[in-house]
Design a protein around this ligand. Structure first.
Ligand code: GCU
Length: 421
């Protein structure tokens, strides 16, 4: 009887134990792992020139990430209509121009639109621009009452006044702290933001957002190698860039894609898949973003696939508790940005995102940038907290928690001044 009870107890406990194993905070429990060399092809050939990288290695890495991590975009969908819904030459107390532009997409009876909110400095010249998604609607990044409130689905957050999955006036300006808008404008850059749930709601439901535009017959779900939500969000960023190519205020050759957390995973994937982006910033992107998967520190592949099954493609589930079988790791995602500037940032208390794994990714991606004659990360050790390393590949770890702060933006602006502007 005793044995039976213990066995039953163990059975009940097992799932809890395995969940616990999915998040490791102990450096001594990091498994021994061998990272793939970004400059050796899958069949063992050394890559010695930019030409070999661009002709052979880059395409095979991109294909692996596409088919096995983020999922392929299953077709093409171009902007159907561009509608400037509101604009002002005198926004932010006369400091900037504001524009709200809705892009509409159509296919058969389906229609989707999302709105870009842009602030640009008051100048006749085309400006470089930071482009990024926000988590709770465009109106949350500023107190500006002229910014329209989106009607897209959003996860409830009663403290922001988001109830029944709808945004309300109460949420206006609740995320101003994450967007150093005035600093960005003062430095001569534009800022453009989009509410990510307008492109694809962040829930495990593949029948909404842009997914169904590509379904064949009664398909309800992307194929195992087709896009998860991160890929759809990256797709949306590329469509925004299509628009900037015809906007009079923006220098489309200098658009830097920025993202925090899940949206930092997205900015890296957008920069990898769309080489028109001039550079990419990953702010605390963690697992499936800048952090190495094979270190299994903080959030792991198994954990992210279980909590957020819709973010990656079906094939990525093959690597849950099986990271060592991956033919790539996230340093090679960063390498796909080369030779364009890329910035990886961590926060000291954000152990869930594995700051060390984020640093090592930037470090191990660097040889690919060096192949182009650019400077990557040249030191093997993590820099001290609040001591950024800035070169074509940049990295900092700041004090504090998982967030975007003015400190982060000050570093991004300085880096952009030197490597993009
Ligand atoms: C969760 C998730 C992370 C993600 C983060 C976010 O913490 O586990 O992978 O980066 O949400 O996007 O806020």
């Amino acid at each position: 009887m005793k044995i039976l009870i213990s066995a039953l107890f163990l059975m009940l406990l097992l799932p809890v134990l395995s969940i616990a194993q999915e998040a490791n905070y102990d450096e001594t429990k990091v498994p021994e792992f061998k990272l793939p060399d970004p400059l050796t092809t899958f069949n063992g050939k050394k890559v010695k020139s930019v030409k070999q990288w661009e002709k052979k290695r880059r395409p095979e890495l991109l294909q692996f990430f596409t088919e096995n991590v983020y999922g392929a975009v299953p077709g093409e969908l171009k902007i159907h209509d561009i509608n400037v819904v509101e604009e002002s030459a005198n926004a932010l107390n006369g400091k900037a121009k504001r524009k709200q532009v809705t892009l509409t997409f159509k296919k058969d009876a389906k229609e989707l639109d999302f709105t870009i909110l842009m602030y640009t400095p008051k100048t006749e010249e085309k400006v470089p621009l930071f482009l990024g998604y926000n988590f709770y609607g465009n109106h949350t990044i500023t107190e500006d009452v002229n910014v329209q409130i989106s009607s897209a689905w959003v996860r409830d957050n009663p403290s922001f006044g988001i109830v029944n999955n709808q945004l309300t006036e109460q949420s206006r300006g609740v995320r101003t702290n994450r967007w150093a808008l005035e600093k960005i404008i003062d430095a001569g850059y534009g800022l453009a933001v989009i509410f990510y749930c307008e492109v694809d709601p962040d829930k495990d439901d593949m029948t909404d957002g842009v997914h169904p535009f590509f379904y064949v017959d009664d398909q309800q779900q992307p194929a195992n190698n087709e896009w998860g939500a991160i890929s759809t969000w990256a797709w949306g960023l590329s469509r925004a860039l299509d628009y900037f190519e015809q906007d009079a205020d923006v220098d489309a050759s200098k658009v830097i894609v920025f993202g925090h957390s899940r949206l930092g995973k997205t900015s890296l994937w957008a920069g990898a898949t769309d080489q028109r982006f001039a550079g990419a910033i990953s702010n605390d992107s963690g697992c499936g973003g800048a952090a190495l998967s094979k270190r299994c520190f903080g959030e792991t592949v198994a954990r992210i696939n279980r909590s957020f099954p819709h973010w990656f493609c079906g094939n990525f589930k093959n690597y849950s508790n099986n990271e060592q079988a991956l033919l790539v790791d996230q340093h090679e995602l960063i390498a796909l940005l080369a030779p364009r500037p890329v910035y990886v940032a961590s926060a000291e208390e954000d152990r869930w995102a594995d700051p060390k794994g984020e640093f090592l990714s930037a470090l191990y991606a660097s040889p690919v940038f060096e192949l182009y004659g650019k400077t990557g990360i040249t030191q093997q050790e993590m820099p001290e907290v609040n001591h950024p390393i800035q070169s074509t590949v940049s990295y900092h770890i700041r004090t504090g928690v998982h967030d975007v702060t003015d400190y982060d933006w000050e570093q991004y602006i300085r880096w952009a001044d030197n490597f993009i502007k």
